[in-house]
Design a protein around this ligand. Structure first.
Ligand SMILES: Cc1ncc(C[n+]2csc(CCOP(=O)(O)OP(=O)(O)O)c2C)c(N)n1
Ligand SMILES: [Mg+2]
Length: 601
């Protein structure tokens, strides 16, 4: 049978080794759905509850596998729904291709139903490559280029395929004639290393440094051994940006953990006191958490030239693959004989973990959210895949979770959107059905989209080799992260009309739809609830009733923030008393552990 354009698109995607499409149907892409139905099952079609979730899944899939994620939606409303998930991918530099339907070519320009100018709509998010297919002979190179540009430039691309075109006869090979384009399939990686002169310059700086701080981001993943070797030779401490949380395990004594507002005190001290900064595969944005300009010499490694010298004026900007660049540097780096700096960092780190434990075990009403993460660390299965939503959970994911080698984790880093964690966790199960996947989510994000997506878990879990997907809900009846931002940044009391959330039993809902649900209101039950979820042989929702008054204490509190907090408390915050009590309890623990103290050099 002669292929239709839609069949050809699916065939071509298979040639690109696409194995999963996350999508939702509609009259703009019915032809593509028909073609998927006709195709063999080497492509798995995954149907979420909402197109935004399809885009998050494609993004999560790309993050966990390193491959191109593909999502599909119908014209107009479906395409519009994809946008937030596509921006999530774009901002975190992961490759995603969106294939969206459109009304018939004959209708375009006629204010037709569901006709939206999709090329313009996607022009920002998929600016590297977005095109409308108008002729069967054009489809081959549109697919090839969308896939290649997404993979090669780690970005989002989009193609818009009108529904009438989908059922046209395919042109698999365009005529050998003027005005045709002849593309091919395939993307390979390149061994990008900086030139020798730049490497030598970087070596001089790193060898001269007496107090070296390393900052790693998602771009440093895959270089665990090399990073350890560099840190050992340089006697350095290593801080991790949120997206690079899984790049090095937290059991290395000189790993100071996260950096930034959600970061740790040892990372703050590391940056405040270093004389040399080595930044690898990160675009961590907050300059106040990096050394002051002029304080440190700087070397940066990034595969994307545009990401260099953007957060700190670097002395050497190395364009290269992290692992290969570090391999080139290592033999030239001297082993520093003075280990005082690294030992001081290690002492800070050890004290910090003690402090976190104390904070986690501190009394709360009823459950201290930090303890949920603390207890998880001891129980997380090997090689599990973690995802975290944007909310107060991000603080505890950043600080309290102890990553071990082999685990993976991600968040919505650049976009920091709500709603990413559950679809990421689902995508992780399609990528690695034999591994356990765990999502940490706020109740606001569950109500926004996570609850609906539990139905997607219900739909698919029995097809996964290891059926365990665990959703952790921080049930605090509050848009808590923002409530605290309003208090600490703006000095405003909690505005109940915008911040309070309706009560809901996530555990009962899970049970209602055929998953397991465990409601936890007693802090002593946190550990056993985790144990039960991990022992279950089906997905589980752990519904922890957490205390919204526990402050997400940043590693450094400015006078302005302290004043704002007091102003919020004095100006009628409805939770003032409970919040002040909880803050005092948490802060007193900081003083017991004497963290952090400035050192003299
Ligand atoms: C789509 C989207 N809307 C709004 C925000 C702003 N925001 C960031 S965190 C947050 C609160 C999240 O509440 P919840 O999911 O209940 O988590 P909590 O902070 O309470 O633990 C909000 C509203 C956002 N980041 N993304
Ligand atoms: Mg909440």
């Amino acid at each position: 049978m002669t292929q239709q354009v839609s069949d050809f698109i699916i065939t071509r995607l298979k040639q690109w080794k696409v194995s999963h499409i996350f999508g939702y149907s509609g009259d703009g892409n019915n032809g593509l759905m028909g073609a998927l139905n006709r195709a063999d099952d080497s492509i798995t079609f995954v149907q979420p509850r909402h197109e935004e979730m399809a885009a998050f899944m494609a993004c999560g899939y790309a993050k966990y596998t390193g491959e191109v994620g593909v999502c599909m939606a119908t014209s107009g409303p479906g395409a519009i729904h994809l946008l937030n998930g596509l921006y999530d991918a774009k901002k975190d530099h992961v490759p995603v291709v969106a294939i969206v339907g459109q009304q018939a070519r004959t209708a375009l320009g006629g204010e037709y139903q569901q006709e939206v100018d999709l090329v313009s709509l996607f022009k920002d998010v998929a600016g590297e490559f977005v095109h409308l297919a108008t002729s069967p002979g054009q489809v081959r190179h549109l697919i090839d280029r969308a896939m290649r540009i997404a993979a090669g430039e780690r970005t989002v691309t989009a193609i818009v395929v009108p529904n009438d075109l989908q059922s046209q006869k395919a042109v698999e090979t365009p005529a050998h004639a003027h005005g045709t384009v002849h593309s091919g399939v395939g993307h390979t990686s390149a061994n990008v290393v900086p030139d020798e002169q730049s490497l030598a310059h970087a070596v001089d700086i790193l060898n001269a440094g007496k107090r070296v701080a390393i900052l790693v981001g998602a771009g440093a993943r895959g270089a665990e051994r090399e990073l350890e070797e560099v840190a050992n030779r340089l006697g350095a401490g290593v801080a991790k940006a949120l997206l690079g949380r899984d790049v090095l395990p937290d059991d290395l004594p000189y790993v100071t953990g996260s950096i930034g507002l959600l970061g740790t005190n040892p990372s703050w001290t590391l940056m405040a006191e270093c004389d040399t900064l080595l930044m690898i595969g990160s675009s961590f944005p907050y300059s106040e958490f990096l050394p002051k300009e002029g304080q440190a010499s700087g070397v940066q490694i990034d595969i994307e030239p545009r990401m260099l010298s953007m957060r700190y004026p670097m002395d050497v900007n190395l364009i290269g693959d992290t692992r290969l660049t570090l391999q080139a540097l290592i033999p030239l780096l001297k082993h520093k004989s003075d280990r005082d700096w690294q030992q001081a960092i290690e002492k800070d780190v050890a004290e910090w973990w003690d402090l976190l434990r104390e904070r986690a075990m501190g009394e709360a009403n009823p459950i201290n959210p930090q303890r949920v993460f603390w207890e998880a660390s001891q129980r997380l299965p090997d090689r599990c895949l973690l995802s975290c939503d944007s909310g107060s959970a991000t603080n505890w994911y950043a600080r309290d979770l102890k990553f071990r080698s082999g685990m993976r984790g991600s968040v919505s880093g650049g976009l920091a959107t709500m709603g990413n964690a559950v679809p990421y966790a689902i995508a992780a199960k399609f990528a690695y059905p034999e591994r356990v996947s765990i999502a940490f989510v706020g109740d606001g994000a569950m109500q926004m989209s996570g609850n609906a997506e539990l139905l997607t878990i219900r739909k698919y879990w029995s097809t996964w080799q290891d059926p365990r997907l665990i959703v952790i809900v921080l049930n605090n009846r509050d848009l808590n992260q923002v409530t605290w931002e309003m208090r600490v940044q703006d000095g405003d009391p909690k505005y109940e009309a915008s911040q309070d959330l309706p009560a809901f039993s996530y555990a009962q809902y899970a049970e209602l739809i055929g998953l397991k649900g465990i409601e936890v209101t007693d802090p002593e039950q946190i550990g056993s609830a985790w144990d039960k979820a991990i022992a279950n042989n089906c997905p589980t929702v752990l519904d922890f009733h957490t205390d919204p008054d526990i402050p997400p204490i940043p590693p450094h509190i400015s006078k302005q923030q302290a004043k704002a907090y007091m102003s919020a408390m004095l100006h009628g915050d409805p939770d003032a008393l409970e919040t002040i009590k909880a803050s005092l309890r948490q802060f007193s623990k900081s003083f017991i552990a004497k963290a952090p103290r400035p050192r003299r050099h």
